[in-house]
Unconditional design. Sequence first.
Length: 202
Amino acid sequence: MAGAYRMKGMERERAVQLRAADQLAREGYMPPRWLALLAQHHVRSGDLGAAASLLDTILARTNQEQSEDRAAGELVKGELALARGDPETAIEAFELAYRFVPENLFLEAAARAYALNGAHEYAASRYQQLLREKSLGWETQEPWLLAHYELGKIYQQLGDAEKAVKFFRQFSDLWAQGDPDISVLIAARERLKELNSARTLR
């Protein structure tokens, strides 16, 4: 639910969900993967302290023979590094997580880090790979859906209007039946309208 609230821009409701998840994590056992997803939400909400605390728990619970556990730790290390202004360390951690467990969750993190570091071609390559490797389950399906929007933004920034329109339109079509108040969907449709208007004026 926290992810759904984030996409709608409902930060207060998202914070409530995160607090509830934190309580569950404190009162019971969560495997490293689920703790990593929770930590990722905290980082992207700006609460690095909560994420760092969860990382300590993840590392304490990590079975070094379990690739999924090790990937979880690298994901949170990368998210924290990126939030602290160290994209190179973040990219290294995300790429390592993907080598441990080749899932969209880690590809999205790497692509985002490349984009924030200004490496748009690398970011586009990772997002394109993500689209080819669609996974089941919402925590990996959400990055697949959002990759269309992110690719649209990258190509718009690179000045490739044709590709930008293609991916914004695909994203909008995929969520044609989605809630109208999803902030990222509104943004994609606004960008698509802007690009189409510019093409009409030429």
